[in-house]
Structures are given as structure tokens and as C-alpha cells.
Design a protein around this ligand. Sequence first.
Ligand code: AMP
Length: 245
Amino acid sequence: TLRRSLGVGAFSTVHLATHTCGALVAIKRIDKAALTTPDELHRAGCEIRLLKKLCHPNIVRLHHTFATNDSLCLVLEYAPHGELFDYIVARVRLDDATACRFFKQALSGLRHLHEEMHWAHRDIKPENLLLDKDLNIRIADFGLSSPCAPGGMVGPACGSPCYAAPEMLTRAGGDAYEGHPADFWALGIVLYAMLEGQLPFEDNGSAGLYNRIISGRYRTPTRASASGKSMLRFMLKTSPRERPR
Ligand code: AMP
């Protein structure tokens, strides 16, 4: 039974629903009519195939799938505490211990995706890090994910510009860039947002934003601890080779 809407994605709407067994679940309905190009169809298929294989405490669980005449429906574990984005906004910024806990959990989910499953997420941001009933991170939204073995390349660039790694914005890297270090850069931006309550790279125009990202010079964090600052420096290395991999 469908209940209220939980959110809207590019090709989908997500609803809270009650399963026949009584449990609350999230149903992601992908509108078949919205998938007009072969690439969009391919992406929807990739997301479902990947989710079916993923099983990790920090990744949202897919219970099952079904199709109606007009939609593909993914029955997902419900994350009642919603997006990390809203959690940060409601508190302005997070204390070191909470940020560290969320960061470690997101890292653990990403490592599973990278090293065991050989995929890159490609859209890591606080809106796609959900919080389950115990306030644990669940990585969600694999709609832009690509197969990517360690050291493998992906492309073209996609995701939200504020979370894009420098190598995605240069002419050389725009078409193909290493998938895993780019996910780690995005996670570094998430860590900054948790500790500071704002983004490290912002500008009114996209050219200005890209220049700031490529330069790698971010606003010095004012509230982070020494270890938080040190982790930020490690995650936000402009060279993907110097980032965790
Ligand atoms: P998506 O299209 O997967 O990005 O989902 C759009 C939005 O729906 C997300 O940003 C969340 O706010 C919400 N959402 C998606 N999946 C879930 C879930 N399993 N539990 C709770 N909210 C969700």
C-alpha cells in the first residue's frame, strides 16, 4: 500500500509503502515512459542489476522488484531518518565524533562497492547517503553507477558539479577518469560539509566553480579538529593518484 512520497529522482519517484508482511518499505517507481534513450534504459537496468547483488550494512538493501504497465518498481529497505543532507542542515554542522562515524560507514560501503563488487558510484553526495533506523549510513541511488575494477576508468563526467573531482573537469579527464578516486573526492566534499556546514568549493557560475575545484584551494575549515583537517587534506588531493584508492 503506497503512503506518502519520500522524494523524487530524475526518472523516478520514491514512496513510503507498507509491505503485505506489515513492514515499511520504500518503493522507487521508475517511469518507463521517461526512459526514452538507449542510455537511460541501460542505466535503469544497471541500477537494478547492481542493487540485486549488493549486500552490505552501509548500502541500502533491495528486497525485490516488480513491473507494472508503466513503471519498474524497486522495493527498497526504508531509511526512516532520510538524507544526510537534511540531517546536516537541521544541525548546521556535525560534531567531530558524529562526522567521523558517518564518514567511516560511507567509506566502508564505498570500499565494498569498489573492491568487492568492482563498481563506481559516481554520484556520492549527502542527498544520496540515507540514514537508517539506527542512524547508520546507507548509500543509495545507483542510477549513475558504472562497472569499474580497481584502477579502472569511467566516463563521461556525471553527477553534481560541486562534488566533481578536478580530473573530471579538465579536458584530458572529461571523457574518461579513474572511477574510484573520484568517488573518494566526493566523499571528501561530504566530510567537509559535515564538519563545516558548507561546501568547500562554491561560485555563482560554473566556470568559476570549476576553476576553484581544479585549483584544489578550498576555504580553510574553521571548526574541524586537527585530525578532521588532516583527513580532508588526504581526501581532497587534486591528484587522484595521491588520494585513497
Ligand atoms: P533517488 O531517486 O534514489 O535519488 O531517490 C530520491 C529521494 O527519495 C532520495 O534523495 C531520498 O530522499 C528518498 N529515498 C530514496 N530511497 C529511499 C529509502 N530507501 N528510504 C527513504 N528515503 C528514500
